[in-house]
Design a protein around this ligand. Structure first.
Ligand code: IVH
Length: 696
């Protein structure tokens, strides 16, 4: 075998060049992150570069320099904060690079090997904790009084941020007398997600109002770091921070009357007793399988927690074992951080497309160079709407941070403005629907543009057909989603009237469509032609026109032509029709395609009984809202509903402050409780009859 080539005396080999580049890059990003609180790359990318350097240094110890970024944990203390020398260094934890459950097994195996435990030796007890995504803090109490709070800094020397930390309500300023005379508590300062959202909303308002020097924060950790290292404590106070304790620093030794702990879990319980917040998610775990389970369970909870975590931490519980295990270069062998897949990554924007949703909503979507984030490969990220796209100012060619948390759709979090290609134009929403070319409009007070193409627009067609066919509309039995997909995708139908032009031959050619089911569908289509004006109107799927509004419109105008030709003012005369509904009706019928669809449906034989206009009749129950519950003595609930509506009343599904009466029969349940709680009058069937007969 050829001897391994010795390259250590060749300063210009590939490893050395790469290591030099990594040094420089990591130093620059560490400064951005720790000193300026303004990271240019997401943590995951930083970690990746950091781990790459660690790997090179492990492989090539000759390249390990004392000033390597791997040899110190954080950035330099800012000149403005007084430096604090940590009596007990603030360590970092080794990160298990395997984000799969097997990472937990690898840690347990290592601990057992290092402790010399054979396969038959009992399982090791661990404490499993969330890995909070904030910043490490050391709180020093002398004679039970908080005297100093310090950041980690480089692990040896941090910064004195006592003034700012005192503003955190969760941190006790004074401890009970049982606490030792000297106590340093180590833990994480973080910002809750809801506090972060509120803070950023406030920042956006300030920016919108023209405030100079204000910015929004990229994520809660970034916001927390900014607040802690804010030189003006008055500003720091306005930034809501929280704290979790997870360990100890310097403590009065047992010989001098201090506490003697033999387990880490006992330390956490004692900290809790002394008034420190300790996460409820902290648990004892015996052996590797318990760690694997914990990793999985907390991973499933991750997105629903009130705060960000980027992994979990496992710690050997017994202090005596921790001491036996000791440290390797500032990292304890008795603890490990087991991360989850990163939820943020950097990629580039290849284009911005506008997609048309099933209801006509236009959504700008960034097309991305494929990137693995949150456990999947992402190629699209929503920009939500015009305002959001403008606010983030995403442009084609931009380098962006993408976030995908849990099952939430991927989002562009921020743009790395310094990497913008010169001359990239600002995004603006098209004024026409990209699918059908109809006008796209944005209503006042609304964030979204919508295609006005309605039934004419291909993107809205399937949804429109399903809406028309549903039971509450014209009811075409058997016409479900799968069938509509086939009919539309196979170009057998484009518009609603095409439904009524389907023939047996076309249908039997479809997937899983036997002769019998084809005939059934044709029968159902035939039956659906006999309908009512409210059902037909509702079935057209006009925005904001639900069943109740359709009924009101039909009652008020009597005839479809009158409805189609009414002005916005005339719509407003209808009970319960406000400006938004009136505008929507007007827009719908102003589109020639929509009128055409209506005409063709009529031509295909869809009919209903037209009535006489009944403008604003004063019926006995006009303006009253009812909720019906329980078993009524002589009528079904549907019948009661029909009677109430015929008398001008409305029937709602749930009880609220707006409910005028609850009609309750036998075995009424939660609706009755709610009505009683809200003071909504409860009536029985007899009383309803009296009201229908005109009794007050
Ligand atoms: S223990 C010797 N426990 O992770 C172990 N650290 O590199 C010292 N962190 O920035 C740390 N959650 O602030 C520990 N439950 C937890 C933690 C935790 C988050 C942070 C810590 C430090 C980093 C460790």
């Amino acid at each position: 075998m050829a001897p391994a080539e010795d390259t250590s005396d060749r300063p210009d080999d590939a490893d050395a060049a790469r290591a030099r580049w990594l040094h420089e890059t990591l130093h620059r990003h560490a400064h951005q992150y720790y000193v300026l609180d303004d990271p240019l790359i997401p943590d995951a990318q930083y970690d990746q570069l950091f781990q790459e350097l660690q790997a090179i240094e492990q492989r090539r110890p000759d390249l390990l320099r004392p000033d390597s970024p791997t040899q110190r944990v954080g950035g330099k203390p800012l000149a403005q904060f007084a430096p604090v020398r940590h009596a007990v260094p603030m360590l970092s934890i080794r990160t298990e690079t395997d984000t799969l459950a097997s990472g937990a097994e690898a840690f347990d195996a290592r601990v057992r090997r290092e402790l010399g435990l054979g396969p038959d030796a009992p399982a090791v007890d661990y404490v499993a904790e969330p890995k909070f995504d904030g910043l490490a803090m050391s709180l020093r109490y002398v004679d039970q009084v908080l005297v100093q709070a310090a950041t980690r800094g480089d692990g040896e020397t941090g910064e004195d941020v006592t003034q700012n930390i005192r503003t955190i309500g969760q941190i006790p300023l004074r401890l009970p007398p049982q606490a030792p005379a000297l106590l340093e508590v180590r833990g994480e300062v973080y910002m809750r997600r809801d506090d972060f959202e509120r803070l950023n909303a406030g920042q956006r308002d300030k920016i919108a109002a023209g405030a100079k020097g204000e910015k929004t924060f990229v994520n809660p950790r970034n916001a927390a770091a900014g607040a802690v290292r804010q030189l003006d404590p008055a500003i720091a106070r306005q930034r809501p921070l929280s704290f979790f304790a997870y360990g100890l620093g310097e403590v009065t030794p047992p010989e001098q009357g201090g506490p003697a702990f033999s387990e880490h879990f006992a330390i956490l319980q004692r900290l809790r007793a002394w008034g420190f917040p300790v996460s409820d998610l902290v648990e004892m775990a015996r052996g590797a399988q318990a760690l694997v389970d914990y990793h999985r369970r907390v991973g499933a909870l991750r997105d629903s927690l009130g705060f960000d975590i980027d992994g979990v931490v496992y710690k050997v519980d017994r202090i005596a074992l921790q001491q036996r295990l000791g440290f390797v270069s500032r990292e304890p062998r008795w603890a490990v951080a087991h991360k989850y897949p990163a939820q943020e990554q950097v990629t580039t924007v290849l284009g911005i497309e506008v997609q048309v949703g099933r209801t006509g909503k236009l959504t700008p979507v960034a097309k991305l160079a494929p990137v693995f984030v949150g456990g999947v490969t992402v190629t699209n990220a929503t920009l939500h709407n015009e305002d959001e796209a403008r606010r983030k100012d995403v442009r084609v060619g931009d380098t962006v941070v993408v976030r995908r948390a849990g099952d939430v759709i991927p989002e562009v979090v921020s743009v790395m403005a310094d990497k913008r290609v010169a001359g990239a134009p600002q995004f603006s929403m098209p004024r026409r629907c990209p699918v059908c070319g109809s006008e796209a409009v944005r209503e006042e007070d609304e964030a979204d543009y919508r295609c006005t193409g309605g039934l004419f627009c291909g993107a809205q067609r399937k949804q429109a057909i399903l809406h028309f066919a549903q039971r509450r509309a014209v009811e075409i039995e058997g016409l479900g989603e799968k069938l509509v997909d086939q009919l539309v995708d196979g170009q057998l139908i484009r518009t609603l009237p095409d439904l009524y032009r389907l023939g047996l031959a076309a249908l039997t050619g479809l997937d899983r469509m036997a002769d019998k089911s084809a005939r059934n569908l044709l029968d159902a289509l035939e039956r659906s032609k006999q309908t009512t004006l409210p059902r037909f109107l509702f079935g057209l799927g006009i925005r904001h026109v639900g069943e109740a509004t359709a009924k009101e419109l039909a009652r008020h105008f009597g005839k479809l032509d009158a409805i189609m030709d009414a002005t916005e003012e005339q719509y407003l005369e209808v009970d319960d029709v406000g400006p938004i509904v009136a505008r929507s009706l007007h827009q719908f019928f102003a589109q020639p395609h929509n009128r055409e669809v209506v005409e063709q449906l009529r031509a295909c034989g869809v009919t209903w009984q037209e009535g006489e206009p009944a403008p604003r009749a004063v019926l006995p129950l006009s303006g009253k809202t009812f909720v019906v519950t329980g078993t009524l003595p002589s009528m079904g609930r549907e019948q009661a509903k029909a009677l109430i509506e015929a008398a001008g009343g409305k029937v709602a599904g749930s009880v609220s402050k707006k409910t005028d009466f609850l009609l309750a029969g036998a075995e009424a349940g939660s609706k009755l409780d709610k009505a009683l709680a809200l003071g909504v009058p409860v009536i029985d069937e007899t009383r309803l009859q009296e009201m229908l007969d005109g009794g007050a």
